[in-house]
Design a protein around this ligand. Structure first.
Ligand code: GLN
Length: 310
């Protein structure tokens, strides 16, 4: 396919996304996020042969939010190992909202998976004693091929001032012996990781590293082990869009992870990374325009993981 044809598909994808944005709202439980313009939309595709295609607000900075759960999981699997990470965190879709604590308390003593808040708070509690925030920030910059990633202090402060629910989850985890280190410091590190400012292009870069089996696409450096990447992509497919993961897998068929800042990280295995920005969210906290853009691109470029090769 020519560059022009790909460019045209991205413009059409933006149009498809823009038809949806009025049906959603920006996240309001973190006041600073509600200030985003809900009409913003951007998409970036970064292919394995080094081409970058982008359209709309693909270079606008926004906070990574839950997509940081993928970074934390990668680092934890890489440095603490599979057995430690999954000793007290399960690998099952929860079917509940990302910040629910119902099943954690009532039906399971362990978080359902690392892509919801209870699981990610646990993962970050494993990282807290061994990594400083600065080291994790550098890691994020490497994995996203974006050395400009920074902490967005306004969003961080805004979320810390409104973190009763995550604090409740964290203390519940401590009461069950799942978080064993300092709860407040773990919560702070978790919220800092959520407050990293990225672009759709940075997410496309991260998607490409994952699509490429953990190898930096330009330098050939191995950033993550193959087994780590395989585990992370599988969990993204089954749990990455919260309680909307099943429908998204059927309709779009690309392992993805969303965040309430409006980002989506998508991995077209062995082919490309896709990054999305669109802060208008559906009821489950997924970018509403972003989902429409990914559905369009998946159909037009035949990217569904179970699509029949034409
Ligand atoms: N920082 C947000 C929270 O913990 C991230 C949630 C999300 O992106 N779904 O509630």
């Amino acid at each position: 396919m020519t560059d022009k044809a790909r460019g045209k598909i991205l413009e059409e994808a933006l149009l498809a996304g823009s038809m949806e944005v009025d049906k959603g709202e920006t996240a309001s439980y973190i006041p600073e996020l509600s200030r985003a313009d809900k009409h913003d939309l951007g998409i970036c595709i970064y292919t394995r042969d080094g081409e970058i295609y982008e359209a709309g607000d693909s270079q606008k900075r926004f906070t990574i939010q839950s997509i940081s759960k993928v970074i934390s999981l990668c680092v934890a699997l890489q440095h603490c190992g599979f057995d430690k990470v999954f000793e007290k965190i399960r690998m099952e879709p929860s079917g509940d909202a990302f910040n629910s604590l119902l099943k954690l308390d009532m039906t399971s003593n362990y978080p359902y998976n690392p892509m919801i808040n209870s699981g990610a708070l646990t993962v970050v509690s494993y990282l807290m004693p061994i990594f400083s925030f600065k080291e994790l920030l550098d890691y994020a910059g490497k994995l996203c091929l974006d050395p400009k990633i920074r902490l967005d202090e306004r969003v961080y402060n805004s979320e810390m001032a409104n973190s009763a629910r995550n604090r409740a989850i964290a203390y519940l985890l401590q009461s069950k012996g799942i978080i064993e280190c300092d709860v407040e410091r773990s919560l702070e590190l978790y919220v800092k990781m959520c407050s990293l400012s990225v672009t759709a292009r940075s997410l496309a870069g991260f998607g490409l590293v994952l699509a490429n089996g953990g190898i930096h696409p330009e330098t050939g450096e191995r950033l993550l082990d193959r087994e780590v990447v395989r585990t992370v992509k599988t969990i993204m497919l089954t749990c990455g869009m919260y309680d909307g993961s099943g429908e998204f897998a059927v309709e779009v068929g690309i392992p993805s992870k969303s965040g309430v800042g409006g980002g989506i990280l998508s991995v077209v295995d062995r082919k490309m990374g896709i990054g999305i920005y669109g802060p208008s969210l559906d009821k489950k906290g997924n970018s509403i325009g972003g989902k429409a853009m990914l559905k369009y691109v998946s159909e037009e470029l035949n990217l569904h993981m179970f699509a029949w090769e034409p």
